[in-house]
Design a protein. Structure first.
Length: 269
């Protein structure tokens, strides 16, 4: 067998994982690789499960959705399909072409290939969104404190005045041996402890490296405030199957507009 010293081929590893899971009709495992070399498994079921498999907190949060909806990082479109079935006008945004193909197969008509950091350019000329979804721990897609504020500024621009962001986040895991050096380096650089650089690997394919963020609700509030959003209705939860004694790391939250970015929002603090 020939060795590949250049490493994995760059491509749509996440979309390949989801497509294989649907084709094989069983869960398949990809791996999340952190920039320091730490590798952890990531199963496909969490991205494809129907509403019966969702935590009650997610179903409850989706009850706040109305009007024109933007599902950011939609993956297999499970939340979008749920809302489309309840007469919401849903647009999905993802940087995975294969994931968007799955969304179309699930009946989602408006599927946009692009990056969350380009939201304003992508949707500036379209009708404002009433609801934005950042589910599946997609608060992580904010990436960092500075990048997250800029993303939320852009979402402020393309949403209605009474818009809501329905968000799911995850707190950083308490410092463990493998995380200690990473967290220490983040703090030394003035970053949040849960800022990561990572990529997804599936079989012999990997995505490009991208920033990702684990943050607690208070950190999310500080990121959101300069962008004209305030956080409320925080609810901690565990995913089904988690040990009862496991720490409460996951949470849902609602973000509402609090003013114009950098003006009213700042003076309200």
């Amino acid at each position: 067998m020939e060795l590949n010293p250049a490493g994995p081929e760059l491509g749509d590893a996440f979309g390949m994982q989801l497509s294989d899971s649907l084709r094989l009709q069983r869960p398949v495992v990809a791996y999340v690789e952190r920039s320091d070399g730490l590798i952890t498994p990531s199963g496909s079921a969490q991205w494809l499960g129907d509403e019966e498999s969702w935590p009650p907190a997610i179903r409850e949060l989706l009850g706040n959705a109305s009007g024109r909806v933007l599902d950011i990082g939609a993956g297999g479109g499970r939340h979008s399909a749920f809302l489309a079935g309840r007469s919401c006008d849903v647009t999905v945004l993802d940087n995975s072409p294969l994931a968007l193909g799955i969304c179309r197969e699930r009946g989602i008509q408006e599927c946009v290939l692009g990056d969350i950091g380009k939201s304003a350019d992508l949707f500036r000329d379209s009708e404002p969104f009433r609801t934005v979804l950042l589910l599946g721990n997609n608060v992580g897609l904010l990436g960092s404190a500075a990048h997250g504020t800029e993303i939320l500024r852009q979402l402020h621009e393309v949403t209605a005045e009474d818009a809501l962001i329905l968000a799911e986040g995850r707190r950083p895991v308490a410092v463990t041996e493998e995380n200690h050096a990473y967290v220490t380096a983040n703090r030394a650089r003035g970053r949040l402890p849960g800022e990561l650089l990572m990529r997804i690997r599936y079989r012999t394919t990997a995505t490009s490296w991208f920033p990702y963020l684990f943050c607690d609700p208070s950190e999310l509030a500080l990121i959101a405030q300069p962008a004209g959003w305030e956080i409320s209705d925080v609810e901690d939860f565990r995913y089904p199957g988690s040990p009862p004694a496991a720490p409460l790391l996951s949470y849902t939250a609602v973000l509402r507009k609090s003013g114009r970015p950098g003006t009213d929002a700042q003076s309200a603090g």
